[in-house]
Design a protein around this ligand. Structure first.
Ligand code: F0G
Length: 385
């Protein structure tokens, strides 16, 4: 029964677009919200106040599956036969596994050349997706796939697809369930295309309107410092949702500036190496309604945080480390208080993107130099032993 088998569709009353006999699921969303006192100490909150929402347990190893099951269910309702996405690797892995497992659609994947980790590329290839490398990075790939999918009538599963976000709302339902419906003070989430934060905001707005919670948590989005469009626009330029009357000119000007300087996103947290987040307006809305803010974390801080999480028993990929690095920063700034309850999202599994991790822990100076040297990152110094 999909309604009990799936950690997404258990909440089908809150995903009101599909009849229950049309649901396509492969058992996603059976994930864990785990208290971590070692990470609490690292971040600076009191023991018992830090929780890690570990989405690496999904069938394809990332949070994307929460959204993919919803997109596939919708695709089935509209009779789609082919689906496409641009990806830094996790959306494509998720699309590929859902195509393979459900045989509903054929997968077509656009990736920026040299921009995807081997773990994620292996998933796309092994599950039989048509995988196309295009000249450029993720931002170029997304622009291309939107154009091609529009022209050829291919179902698009990037997070611009609103059904994806419906599914991703359930990550927050499971967090609340784990906390016995006591709303935490903070949700801290890595920001790439800003689908997750948009979905989380929507989840809380709806739950409050339904009277199922009496307050919303604050949302903190953490960009990688080398891919920090949202941080720049929100924190530096003061861009706000303003009840829907946001200054879109500011966004256009910012992108024009990126183009003029040929400025590309660059971070070893390759999953969030994105400069033109498609869900930016929705994310602004989420932050307005949930007292949100944005911070950036350096590659060093991301890798250090990730190693700390792993030393505590949960393995995640670099992008996921951003949430813990960001929480630590917000404690240092005095914005998060030590007695507040904080939930950090670990968006994907450790095995997704192991190259930087191996280099970080390696005593092989040559390997370290090849992978991390040019980024000014220092080695773990075996910090977590
Ligand atoms: N963490 C991981 C592991 C991701 O793969 C992504 C996004 C994010 C965080 C950011 O989430 O886009 O909702 O803000 N990965 C996309 C992909 C872009 O193509 O797999 P977001």
């Amino acid at each position: 029964n999909p309604l009990s088998f799936s950690g997404v569709w258990r909440f089908y009353e809150l995903l009101p677009f599909a009849p229950t006999n049309q649901i396509l699921t492969i058992g996603e969303g059976q994930t864990l919200c785990q208290r971590s006192d070692s990470v609490a100490q690292y971040v600076g909150v009191k023991p018992g106040n830090l929780f890690l929402q570990y989405e690496g347990m999904n069938p394809s190893g990332s949070f994307k599956d929460n959204g993919m099951t919803a997109a596939f269910t919708h695709a089935q309702l509209v009779g789609a036969r082919r689906a496409a996405c641009a990806s830094t690797g996790n959306t494509s892995a998720s699309l590929a596994i859902y195509c393979a497992a459900t045989t509903l659609m054929r997968a077509i994947i656009f990736i920026g050349s040299g921009k995807i980790s081997y773990g994620k590329l292996a998933q796309a290839l092994d599950h039989g997706a048509l995988t196309l490398q295009i000249a450029g990075d993720f931002d170029d790939a997304l622009a291309r796939v939107q154009q091609v999918a529009g022209q050829l009538g291919i179902y698009l599963v990037n997070s611009i697809n609103p059904f994806r976000l419906e599914g991703q709302k359930t990550i927050m339902y499971r967090v609340l369930e784990a906390l016995r419906w006591e709303v935490p003070d903070w949700i801290v989430v890595p920001g790439g295309n800003l689908g997750n934060v948009s979905a989380f905001g929507k989840a809380f707005i709806e739950l409050k309107e339904l009277g199922l919670i009496d307050r919303v948590p604050r949302l903190a989005v953490i960009n990688a410092a080398g891919a920090d469009t949202f941080y720049q626009l929100y924190e530096r330029q003061g861009l706000r949702w303003n009840g829907g009357h946001f200054d879109s000119q500011k966004i256009d000007n910012y992108y024009r500036g990126l183009d003029a300087g040929n400025l590309r996103a660059s971070t070893l947290a390759s999953a969030i190496e994105i400069n033109r987040p498609v869900n930016l307006p929705k994310a602004l809305r989420a932050l307005e309604r949930c007292g949100g803010l944005v911070r950036e974390a350096s590659d060093q801080d991301i890798l250090d945080a990730k190693a700390k999480v792993a030393a505590g028993g949960l393995g995640c990929e670099p992008a996921s480390g951003a949430s813990v690095a960001g929480a630590k920063k917000l404690l240092q700034e005095g914005i998060i208080q030590p007695d507040e309850r904080v939930v950090c999202i670990l968006s994907a599994h450790q095995l997704k993107d192991p190259t930087a991790t191996v280099a970080y822990h390696s005593s092989d100076a040559k390997l370290f130099e090849e992978v991390l040297g040019s980024r000014g990152v220092k080695r773990a110094a075996f910090a977590n032993r």
